[in-house]
Write a protein that binds this ligand. Sequence first.
Ligand code: C2E
Ligand code: MG
Ligand code: MG
Ligand code: MG
Length: 279
Amino acid sequence: ANFSIASLLMACVLVIYRNDMNARISLARELVHAITDRQLLVLYQPQVGMDGKPTGAEALVRWQHPSRGLLSPDQFIPLAEESFLIRELGLEVLRQACELLSKWAEDPVLATKIVAVNVSPVQLQDAGFVSSVRQVLAATGANPARLELELTESALCMDVDQVREKMQALQANGVRWALDDFGTGFSSLAVLQSLPVQKLKIDRQFVESAAESESAKLLLAKIIEIADVMGMTAIAEGIETRQQRDMLAQFGCREFQGFLYGRPQPVAALESMMRVAVS
Ligand code: C2E
Ligand code: MG
Ligand code: MG
Ligand code: MG
């Protein structure tokens, strides 16, 4: 009896696995169309300085799926990375962000704002990465100095020399680099120091846990000190309350991003927020 229950369970697991595989394969197939049929929607989350005024925004992709509704990046970015569709997807997000920057260049208020775009480690591995970014910059006429590229620590597990070369090549064009989700990966501080990174994005998880214990709070303060010592700007992610913001500011953090200031939102909403903050 034990044996038959075990094999029944095994069969169930296999069926579930196969269904999951099929669902993933069909989603991957649909993703090809998403990129060409303009189903990718880019939302922008404001980043603010000490005065609460936006200094820029992070581009965050959504998939407006024809039948499944609005999908969040967690639901399709890993799939895009496995199927290498991330290269096209990432370029499409970059294209939209650079078109926005180019439009903003005409506007006295918006011309100074930064747009940050996430770059997947898979994209960075691509030999054509640097030239494709340059091509998008040239085609859109965006000012490279207003573009910030966000890299996660997992990108640093790859050939660091190659990663550094690509980062330096784009930095030479004026592009800035930020390290995303800092503290959650395994990159060494020595490696980090050797890269042209201007900004450390402190992961939301550190901000969250600082409320729970004194040691977590101390850790957060030290992370900001590390950024400072390395000559990098720290920006705290996942700021949801005024208390969190004040604690971070007390530790020396000067830039903030989180629901307290705004959710990822359509361009028009972001622009009016940027304009209101001026007057
Ligand atoms: P991320 O780059 O670390 O982006 C921050 C994520 O935290 C966003 O989730 C944002 O909506 C969320 N967030 C911001 N403030 C708060 C807050 O106050 N509280 C809470 N609970 N969450 C907050 P989202 O938009 O779902 O994106 C998730 C991840 O997907 C991103 O993490 C990024 O790694 C990836 N992603 C998004 N767009 C792209 C893209 O165009 N390309 C690539 N390669 N990855 C992307
Ligand atoms: Mg990011
Ligand atoms: Mg992050
Ligand atoms: Mg993240």
